[in-house]
Structures are given as structure tokens and as C-alpha cells.
Design a protein around this ligand. Structure first.
Ligand SMILES: NC(=O)c1ccc[n+]([C@@H]2O[C@H](COP(=O)([O-])OP(=O)(O)OC[C@H]3O[C@@H](n4cnc5c(N)ncnc54)[C@H](O)[C@@H]3O)[C@@H](O)[C@H]2O)c1
Length: 414
């Protein structure tokens, strides 16, 4: 099976490229990226023929279908354009990174074009492909907790992840990427929509960028951490703590910040000192505008309600979910190996997570790649476990509604 990839950065190279190229019977047949270094890395790592490596998307798509499937792992604002071009080029199986688009009409256009051409688009809402969240779905579907009435969900992004991605990095500016709910929390809306099993009739939201602002910068801090900032040793957000220390709380950020896997200490310092490296900047003095905390309350056609909070301010990166039904409740934290199931009138039960696939996003990265290969092969798959473009249209719509509400509330507070 041949699979092509457009966008071989962090996700395209380190996740989809690596997982798919290591999958039996799969070959990475073509790659496209505007970054020469990224293209060369992918060519070398996946053994792609030089003639199938493209720096220009038009040339890549002009070649028609270059694989049985295509992975689109370019940046947020490119997804719509790349998907339409891919459908025009004849791809029938597409794995598309989230978010699909920040415009409902573009998602509708993709869904309609895919339907017309008989193409399948799987959106990378990877959490649906994990043992933890599938187990919850199976409990809800079994009827054990009765009719779902309330879903409480909390996404703890972690201070270090937030600083990396949403103050310094790719997703700091909602005008060039997307608002926090779309860029980060769209996975959680996919889950809530899945568990509520009903269309959303309304969403209200509050949230703001409260902390990563220049008025909160420590006195006389440097604009770049390695330009002699006097807080370098102590600042939890400084580059020393996040990228240079051996016990950094996150390893995967290094690839994005430094531009290569496993760099030496000297390579890291040199990369972070470069003027154009956004990850070398002080978190209080960046050009960010994305909310650092937000809450949303939702109502669904079947009468269920849901409340979601996303926050930068947690030590670790994890989610907590609590679903309450008319006959019982199920809850847990996704770093645990079990869920608590209370059926009213019966003894409390610990439910072990069914499958424990290894890898990133609780195994969801591997899970979605496996499902994508099955889709290409034409294997039978229960559609309830698929994050299709139609399902994503509904969950993205909740976000658009919530963002509209947050922005209106902010205006009325002014
Ligand atoms: N599913 C998930 O859990 C998850 C997690 C993180 C990021 N993402 C999403 O994945 C996407 C990629 O994120 P990333 O962290 O890999 O970013 P990245 O910047 O590391 O990778 C994007 C790549 O696309 C390339 N690119 C830009 N314009 C292009 C063009 N016109 N044609 C071809 N290539 C082009 C860039 O050079 C870069 O190599 C984003 O949309 C992001 O929101 C999803």
C-alpha cells in the first residue's frame, strides 16, 4: 500500500511518516513540503524516490494520485486548500490533520466534495482511537449509566505545553492558526459530541488571555531568555527549564524548537539563540493572542448538557471526564489505567481500560494510522469509531458557536 504525505513537519514526519513507514506492507510513496530540510529528512528516513519529493504543492498535486492514500499534515490554514486539491487530484482516502478549517462553509464544501467523489476523509481526532475513550463510549452505549444527562470535561494543557505551542509557537496567533478551542480542544469537542450522541443546539463561553501578557513580565526580564535574562535559572517557562535541562517536562517540543531530533546541548543553545527562533523568546513578551483558559457550556437536542474547561495552568498534560446518566455515572482521568463506574444501587466498579496501544496521544496516533490503513484496504470498520468529515463538521460547529459567544461576551465587557 502506497501512502503520500503533504507536510512532513512534526506530525507528518515524526508521527504519520514514522508509524506508517513501520507498518507492514506500507510504503511512503511521495512527500511534499516547502521546507527543504524537512523534505530531505523525510526523503532519507522513508526512502522516498527523489522524483517523488516535491517542494511545490501544485507540482505535487499535478501528478494526480501518488498513493492509495494521502496524509495532510500541513498547518491549520492550509488544510482546506490541500484537501480540495487532493480530492481534485483523485485521492479517495485522506487522513486530514485537525482543525479542518475555521470556516464552517469550508468544512461543508469539503464534505460535499468528498461525497460527490466517493472519497473518505478521516480527521485526526486521535483520542477516539484510544482504549480509554473507546471504553467510555462502550460503557455509554451499553446503557449501563442510562440516558446521558451531563458531561463534565476538563482539558489540562500543562504550563510547559501551553508556553511552547500557544505563546511562543505555531498556535500563538489565532489569525494565522486558530483559536484555542479549535487548535487544541477540538479533540475534546469530538469526544463530547460522540458521548452526547446528539446535535448541539447552543454553546456559551467565557475565556481570555489573562497571564501571558507583557504586564505580567518580571521586572527587567530579557526579551530572549538566552540574552542574559536574570530569571533564566528560576523561570518555569524559561528555555533552560523547557529545552535545555535534561529533565525537561517534555521531550517532543525539542524537535519543533531546535529543528532536529536528539540535538546536543550546544546545538540546542545555538538554535535557541538564533534571532528568528520563536521558541527562544520570553513568554510574557511574545506576539500571542490565544486565550490561556476558557470554559464552555453546551446544550444538546436530546436534553443532555455538557461543560468543558481548558486551561494552560496545570503541571501535567491530561484530561478528566465525568459522564452522568439517569442510571449511573462513569468518570476518570485519562492517565489512569481504569475508569470508575457507579451504577446506582450497585457496588462501585473499577473498569480496566480494554486495549492499551502504545505511543503518542495515549496510543491514538497508532490507532488512527491503523484505522487509516484498514480504510484504504477496505476492511470492515464500525463507523461509530470513525472521525469522518461529517462528524467533524458537527463538533467543529460547536466550537464556532462557543467562540462567537466568548467574543460577544468580551465585547460587552469592554
Ligand atoms: N492530531 C493531533 O493530535 C495534532 C497534534 C499536534 C498538531 N496537530 C496538527 O497537525 C498539523 C501540523 O502540525 P505540526 O506540529 O506538524 O506543524 P509543523 O510546522 O511542524 O509541520 C507543518 C509542515 O507543513 C509544511 N508546510 C507548510 N506549508 C506547506 C505547503 N504549502 N505545502 C507543503 N508543506 C507545507 C511546513 O514546512 C512544515 O514542515 C497542524 O494543523 C496541527 O494543528 C495535530
Amino acid at each position: 500500500m502506497d501512502i503520500a504525505i503533504i507536510g512532513v513537519g512534526s506530525r507528518g514526519f515524526n508521527v504519520y511518516g514514522r508509524i506508517l513507514s513501520a507498518t507492514g506492507g506500507v510504503r511512503i510513496s511521495a512527500v511534499c513540503d516547502i521546507d527543504e530540510g524537512a523534505l530531505k529528512n523525510a526523503q532519507d528516513k522513508f526512502g522516498v524516490d527523489g522524483g517523488a519529493c516535491f517542494a511545490d504543492e501544485d507540482k505535487f498535486f499535478a501528478g494526480g494520485k501518488l498513493g492509495d492514500g494521502l496524509v495532510i499534515a500541513s498547518m491549520d490554514k492550509d488544510h482546506y486548500r490541500h484537501t480540495i486539491k487532493a480530492l481534485d487530484a483523485g485521492y479517495k482516502k485522506i487522513l486530514l490533520e485537525k482543525p479542518v478549517s475555521d470556516k464552517p462553509e469550508e468544512i461543508e464544501a469539503i464534505a460535499a466534495a468528498a461525497k460527490n467523489r466517493g472519497a473518505d476523509i478521516l480527521v485526526c481526532h486521535v483520542l477516539r482511537y484510544t482504549g480509554f475513550y473507546k471504553t467510555i463510549r462502550d460503557i455509554v452505549k451499553s446503557g449501563a449509566i442510562g440516558k446521558v444527562t451531563v458531561i463534565n470535561h476538563q482539558e489540562n494543557v500543562a504550563y510547559w505545553h501551553f508556553a511552547h505551542s500557544f505563546t511562543r509557537g505555531n498556535w500563538r496567533d489565532e489569525n494565522t492558526s486558530a483559536p484555542l478551542l479549535l487548535a487544541k480542544t477540538c479533540h475534546d469537542f469530538d469526544l463530547i459530541y460522540w458521548y452526547a450522541d446528539s446535535k448541539c443546539t447552543g454553546a456559551v463561553s467565557y475565556g481570555a488571555l489573562s497571564y501571558f501578557r507583557k504586564e505580567n513580565a518580571p521586572k527587567d526580564c530579557a526579551a530572549r531568555c538566552l540574552d542574559g535574562c536574570k530569571y533564566l535559572q528560576t523561570c518555569p517557562y524559561g528555555v533552560k527549564r523547557l529545552y535545555l535541562d535534561k529533565d525537561t517536562p517534555f521531550k517532543w517540543g525539542i524537535f519543533a524548537a531546535i529543528g532536529k531530533n536528539n540535538p546536543t546541548y550546544e546545538e540546542k543553545v545555538a538554535a535557541l539563540k538564533m534571532e528568528d527562533n520563536v521558541y527562544g523568546r520570553c513568554v510574557y513578551l511574545c506576539d500571542n493572542n490565544v486565550a490561556d483558559h476558557q470554559s464552555v457550556v453546551m446544550n444538546f437536542e436530546n436534553g443532555a448538557t455538557a461543560a468543558l474547561t481548558v486551561t494552560a495552568f496545570s503541571k501535567d498534560c491530561y484530561r478528566k471526564i465525568h459522564i452522568m446518566g439517569t442510571k449511573g455515572e462513569v468518570y476518570g482521568s485519562d492517565t489512569d489505567k481504569f475508569l470508575v463506574l457507579n451504577v446506582f444501587g450497585a457496588k462501585s466498579k473499577k473498569v480496566k481500560i480494554k486495549s492499551k496501544i502504545a505511543g503518542g496521544h495515549l496510543g491514538g496516533d497508532n490507532g488512527i494510522c491503523d484505522t487509516f490503513c484498514k480504510l484504504i484496504r477496505g476492511d470492515a470498520i464500525d463507523p461509530d469509531y470513525l472521525t469522518t468529515i461529517d462528524v467533524t463538521l458537527e463538533s467543529h460547529k460547536i466550537i464556532f458557536e462557543a467562540e462567537r459567544s466568548r467574543k460577544n461576551a468580551a465585547i460587552s465587557n469592554d
